[in-house]
Design a protein around this ligand. Structure first.
Ligand code: ADP
Ligand code: MG
Length: 240
């Protein structure tokens, strides 16, 4: 479970997270929607300890992320992240790219890492691209490779930060289908997305971020179909 409790985060004098409370239960899919600059990406960075916080707490499976003694490497193995773009190693094949972290971070042998990579590349539908170099993949295939790479570490959580925003429209669907599959398999996920319809279909709950705060949160049928707050309705109108 991810438990975010009254988190405040500033960059210098600029407070960008202003007291966020949010929990993601085991097996739950929570989507974060909201305008640019509202603090969505920053929150994800705080969850896996890439950014410090000034107040509040974030716990992942009870581990206090920002406590002094926390083993951040161990924590990050629990949490897979997929960003808008991942710069794969261009001189390594797709298979080798996905094998890399299991080998280097988990210390697995070649055969074992390869078995895991093959399984996850099949999972995302890239079994026919094993020996190909990343530059030969479409944007959608590259994002699916990034998902396979994260899954190869057997994470308990997956965080997605606008994983489809950099894609041509016709490539968005295949990546969303892969994320949807993970949701159906019960993966616990926090998704930052601009794909409102997708968020509505796949999420247990949707959080509308505004100005560094969770402005409205609830089941998609409420937040997306019948928002309680005028700012939520306004945002939804602006992205449709
Ligand atoms: P979102 O993902 O919702 O678009 P971000 O979390 O990226 O928003 O950014 C929130 C605010 O924090 C923005 O005003 C942004 O300019 C600022 N910000 C983000 N990262 C940094 C940083 N490393 N240093 C200074 N300001 C930052
Ligand atoms: Mg962002």
């Amino acid at each position: 479970m991810i438990e975010i409790d009254q988190v405040h985060k500033s960059f210098g004098d600029l407070e960008v997270i202003k007291g966020v409370d949010l929990t993601v239960a085991k097996g739950e899919v929570v989507s974060i929607i909201g305008g640019s600059g509202s603090g969505k990406s920053t929150l994800l960075m705080c969850i896996n300890g890439l950014e410090p916080i000034q107040r509040g707490s974030i716990r992942v499976d009870g581990i206090e992320v920002h406590a002094k003694g926390t083993d951040l490497n161990r924590l990050r193995r629990k949490i897979g992240i997929v960003f808008q773009q991942w710069n794969a190693f261009p001189h390594l094949t797709v298979l080798e790219n996905v094998m890399l972290a299991p080998r280097k971070v988990l210390g697995l042998g070649r055969a074992e890492a390869e078995e895991i990579a093959l399984k996850q590349l099949a999972h995302v539908g890239l079994s026919d691209k094993l020996k190909v170099f990343p530059s030969k993949l479409s944007g959608g295939q590259q994002q699916r490779m990034a998902i396979a790479r994260a899954l190869a570490m057997s994470p308990d959580y997956m965080l997605f930060d606008e994983a489809t925003s950099a894609l041509d429209p016709q490539l968005v669907g295949e990546v969303l289908d892969t994320i949807r599959l993970l949701a159906e398999e019960g993966m616990t996920m926090l998704l930052v997305t601009h794909e409102i319809r997708f968020a509505r279909d796949v999420s247990d709950r949707v959080a509308f971020f505004r100005n560094g705060l969770v402005h409205e949160i609830g089941p998609p049928a409420q937040v997306i179909n019948a928002p309680q707050r005028p700012e939520t309705a306004e945002f939804l109108k602006s992205v449709r």
